[in-house]
Design a protein around this ligand. Structure first.
Ligand code: CUA
Length: 168
């Protein structure tokens, strides 16, 4: 048998063990916690996506949430510097309001540059790119306010880019 220095053997064992831990972390987060990569669901032209008549993001902001079935919603959120519509109450946009227990599918795109879309207390954490539609679904069991955070640097007022989901 080939001679392997004991300390080198320990490093090999440690390396293999670490890889096993990392692989287990991926499998556990994917299957036990349901953490999924956001799917690129569609492509849009960012130059006209917010123009009325061209896409759901061109509809008036009050009409971008649809109840598909009792407790099941979809909402089309437009990201731009430095707000979400709907969502950014600090920029005069309406909050996203749903009853407790609702399942909400978010369709988010940007009309200008890259943004982030992270909802506190949920698994929703997406990068938002102009031209791409990002989508994830979350269930809101607990009443309260959930913040949407932009976590991609998007200019001087990046820190003011947040939104609000109200679960009643
Ligand atoms: Cu939008 Cu940072």
């Amino acid at each position: 048998m080939m001679y392997v220095d004991p300390s080198e053997r320990n490093y090999i064992i440690g390396t293999v063990a670490l890889l096993a831990v990392f692989a287990a972390a991926v499998l556990i987060s994917g299957f036990a916690y349901g953490i999924q990569l956001p799917q690129p669901v569609d492509q849009v032209d960012p130059r006209i996506v917010a123009t009325p008549g061209n896409s759901p993001w061109g509809d008036p902001v009050e009409e971008r949430m649809h109840e598909l079935a009792p407790g099941k919603y979809e909402v089309y959120v437009l990201a731009q510097t430095w707000m979400y519509s709907p969502g950014s109450t600090n920029y005069g946009q309406p909050p996203i309001t749903v009853p407790a227990g609702s399942t909400v599918t978010f369709y988010v795109t940007s009309k200008d540059i890259q943004h982030g879309f992270k909802i506190q207390g949920t698994n929703v954490n997406m990068m938002i790119l102009p031209g791409q539609v990002s989508s994830l679904t979350a269930t809101f069991d607990e009443p309260g306010e959930y913040n949407i955070i932009c976590h991609e640097y998007c200019g001087v007022n990046h820190h003011t880019m947040f939104g609000k989901i109200i679960v009643e």
